[in-house]
Design a protein around this ligand. Structure first.
Ligand code: KG4
Ligand code: ZN
Length: 328
């Protein structure tokens, strides 16, 4: 059995899986309510909430899995990237847990975790594939070789896709987290009435960019007449459409350039219904991360740990958290 812990941002998560990859439990304690009043994640509040919650979340993951605690043979934890204080809570807890029980510890990169969330799909990718990872902190195209080696082939020049959703939502007067709220408002709008230029349209460099789009939305919001609710919904629809067009275009380009025939979609933004539907049009076998593992969770950390080398007892006490991923 493997126990996985994830505390990189504002969700305190623990999961238990068998060593052959059967998920037995996945607990996500969201801190959304703690941060909502501030319009975004407050790092110090996140760290303190992780401290309050991590013990109980791990205990719950073990209880829900219905296993004897003594059957846990390995511990995996997200070591980065993310908020350092938040990460340190999970890393310190995992070190203490593993050390006290004489277990090996596996350090997992959060982005490898999102890639591994695809193994929880009904029909996971088999062999080499391309992954579009769109989250609050990253927008990446990751080429995954047949042996699982990950290489980033495209990243954002500025904001991440989730960040673009969150900033767009703020401009439209919506709450945090912005992605789901903006997507909901967009269902009341029409892209026939409003549109934004797709970022980097017509260019064939593998990169993402969202900051120009955000500026265009900001200007359009300023021009909106007070009380024009339909206009607001139309802007949400047009903004979402431009983000989705951009992601779909770059993913298609990545498939052409790499010659891969399977595309995976993972990360918080992978929960977006418009994006999931539009990717169906891409000429590739599409693997969508299941909705319950798009956002941050420890199930994906357990999956990423399955074939990873563990740090031994002698060396894992030196494990440190890190803010930036080599994949990012
Ligand atoms: O992967 P994630 O939970 O955390 C990071 O690793 O960053 O991603 C969170 C991001 C947020 O920016 C959130 O607004 C976005 O995912 N998100 C969505 C949707 N659900 C979450 N964006 C668009 N549509 C959604 N339905
Ligand atoms: Zn994430």
């Amino acid at each position: 059995m493997i126990l996985a812990i994830e505390t990189s941002c504002d969700e305190t998560c623990a999961a238990v899986a068998t060593s052959d990859g059967r998920l037995l439990s996945s607990i996500v304690a969201s801190q959304v309510a703690d941060h909502a009043a501030f319009g975004g994640v407050v790092p110090e509040i996140a760290s303190r909430r992780h401290l309050d919650l991590v013990g109980a979340v791990v205990a719950e993951a073990i209880a829900v899995a219905g296993i004897a605690e003594a059957s846990i043979a390995r511990v995996a934890v997200t070591a980065g990237p993310g908020l350092i204080g938040a990460l340190l809570v999970g890393v310190s807890f995992a070190k203490g847990y593993a050390y006290a029980r004489g277990l090996p510890l596996i350090a997992i990169d959060h982005l490898h975790g999102h890639v591994a969330s695809l193994t929880l799909a009904e029909e996971p990718p088999a062999g080499a594939h391309l992954v579009l990872l769109a989250s609050g902190g990253h927008t990446l195209l990751i080429d995954v070789a047949a042996d699982g080696t990950c290489t980033t082939i495209a990243r954002s020049m500025d904001d991440a896709a989730g960040e673009a959703f969150d900033k767009g939502a703020r401009l439209l007067g919506l709450g945090y987290p912005g992605g789901p709220a903006l997507a909901e408002l967009a269902t009341h709008g029409s892209t026939a009435r409003r549109s934004f230029t797709t970022p980097l349209a017509g260019r064939d460099d593998l990169a993402f960019s969202f900051s120009g789009l955000k500026t265009a939305l900001s200007l359009a919001v300023q021009r909106l007449a007070a009380g024009d609710e339909q206009g607001r919904a139309d802007l949400a629809a047009a903004y979402q459409e431009a983000i989705v067009d951009h992601l779909v275009e770059r993913a298609s380009l990545g498939l052409r350039q790499t010659g891969r025939s399977t595309l995976g979609l993972a990360g918080g933004v992978a929960a977006n219904g418009c994006l999931r539907a539009r990717l169906e049009t891409v000429p590739a076998r599409l693997v969508l991360a299941p909705l319950d593992v798009c956002g941050d969770n420890a199930a994906m950390i357990a999956m990423a740990a399955l074939n990873r080398q563990a740090l031994d007892r002698g060396s894992f006490l030196r494990l440190d958290a890190y803010a930036r991923s080599p994949l990012g």
